[in-house]
Design a binder for this molecule. Structure first.
Ligand code: GLA
Length: 387
């Protein structure tokens, strides 16, 4: 994106004043493996991608915060004393939630003009929301010289989503968007926030994201349902054990104690989480050995577990995966993100790319009536100032 043309648009919208316009960028993310483990204190392996959210902002002398976006028609101006209330327009609640967190942490709010532009498809499971949150938190912190560190900004952004937006998400998305590193995956322990950057060398393979374009209106309520099913599993298991979350269990401990879960569905949810943590550890080992074939097999196993035990895939994502796996040269394919629609992530030989795109696109359309979009992102750095 051309920064100068964004600055010109900013000036057209808000006019001139004596203060400087600053420009920031936060990426989206794709999760390679470790799905629905973060809010269970488990392991994840996401990377930041080259699509993201640009934010231009400038101080004003009026006690008002102005928001606009090049992606949505809606723009608004709110007096600082009236901030803290959720609005009907969805996207605005992400920056409002972040500003609300700053206010709760004692920041005295002053007038600011915000202009957003994003190129992450909405509702595709590539973390457009975490990207808006982090870019807002990072820019706000700089603009007001608040000196919060990146981990504090990541936690604050997650809290904004939990408390203001109302999605009980874990910390994976905000962490990946904040701490991403070019050509690396982030191996994160969501209990301790210890993390390692693992080089992700693709050589003659390619990472392809496919958007199912399946609308997922109920995603958030179904997501919160999975969160509470995991809490129930912990409660049942604690009739015999003393654990805080499912990720404290090894596969053996889970098998030895699963009899304490009387509900078959809750048992399946817990099985996914425990087995997925194990797959993340194996996937990191495979990456360290540059063994993409094993890595791909683990991606496949992850999808199958999300389909059968966690039940967050659905016909569209499963069709994309079935069709992808039929193509010679595809070594791994799974859904990525919350599920219920959104995207898949695929690992394939570069020389089968053309056939892959054509055949999967055609067969997906024939089977679902939906057009799939294909993205070829680079693995990128985390949130940053551009100017
Ligand atoms: C969404 C949430 C994340 C994580 C994933 C599933 O992206 O925001 O915290 O739970 O779903 O792995």
């Amino acid at each position: 994106m051309n920064i100068q043309s964004l600055k010109n648009t900013f000036l057209e919208k808000y006019g001139k004043n004596d203060n400087k316009i600053s420009v920031f960028f936060a990426p989206g993310r794709v999760n390679l493996i470790g799905e629905h483990t973060d809010y269970n204190g488990g392991f994840v392996l996401p990377c930041a991608i080259s699509f993201g959210t640009y934010l231009l902002l400038r101080l004003t002398n009026e006690p008002e915060i102005e928001f606009s976006s090049l992606n949505f028609d809606f723009s608004t101006k709110i007096r600082v004393e009236n901030l803290g209330r959720k609005m009907r327009e969805e996207w605005i609640n992400y920056p409002l939630g972040v500003i609300d967190q700053f206010a709760k942490h004692g920041t005295e709010l002053k007038g600011v003009q915000f202009l957003y532009y994003g190129n992450i498809p909405n509702d595709a499971g590539l973390s457009s929301s975490a990207s808006i949150e982090l870019v807002t938190a990072f820019a706000f912190n700089k603009l007001f010289n608040l000196e919060k560190n990146l981990i504090e900004l990541i936690k604050l952004s997650q809290k904004a989503e939990n408390e203001f937006v109302g999605v009980n998400c874990g910390i994976m998305d905000q962490f990946a968007v904040g701490k991403g590193k070019k050509n690396h995956a982030i191996f994160l322990n969501c209990s301790t926030l210890d993390y390692k950057l693992v080089p992700f060398k693709l050589d003659d393979y390619k990472l392809v994201i496919i958007n199912s374009n399946k609308q997922r209106k109920l995603a958030d309520s179904k997501y919160n349902k999975r969160v509470s099913e995991c809490t129930k599993a912990v409660k049942y298991l604690n009739n015999r054990l003393n654990i805080k979350n499912l990720s404290e269990l090894s596969i053996k401990e889970f098998i030895d104690n699963r009899g304490s879960i009387p509900d078959e569905i809750i048992m399946k949810r817990a099985k996914h989480v425990v087995s997925e943590n194990d797959r993340v550890i194996s996937a990191v080992e495979a990456l360290k050995k540059n063994d993409l074939i094993t890595f791909g097999k683990l991606m496949n196993a992850s999808h199958d577990s999300l389909k059968i035990d966690y039940e967050v895939t659905g016909n569209e994502l499963d069709t994309l995966i079935d069709e992808a796996r039929k193509i010679d040269g595809v070594i791994g394919a799974r859904m990525t993100g919350a599920g219920f629609g959104g995207c898949t992530v695929n690992l394939l030989k570069t020389d089968c790319l053309e056939n892959f795109q054509e055949t999967v696109g055609k067969n997906y359309y024939e089977k679902t009536g939906l057009k799939a979009d294909f993205y070829f992102p680079e693995i990128d750095d985390g949130v940053r100032q551009l100017g």
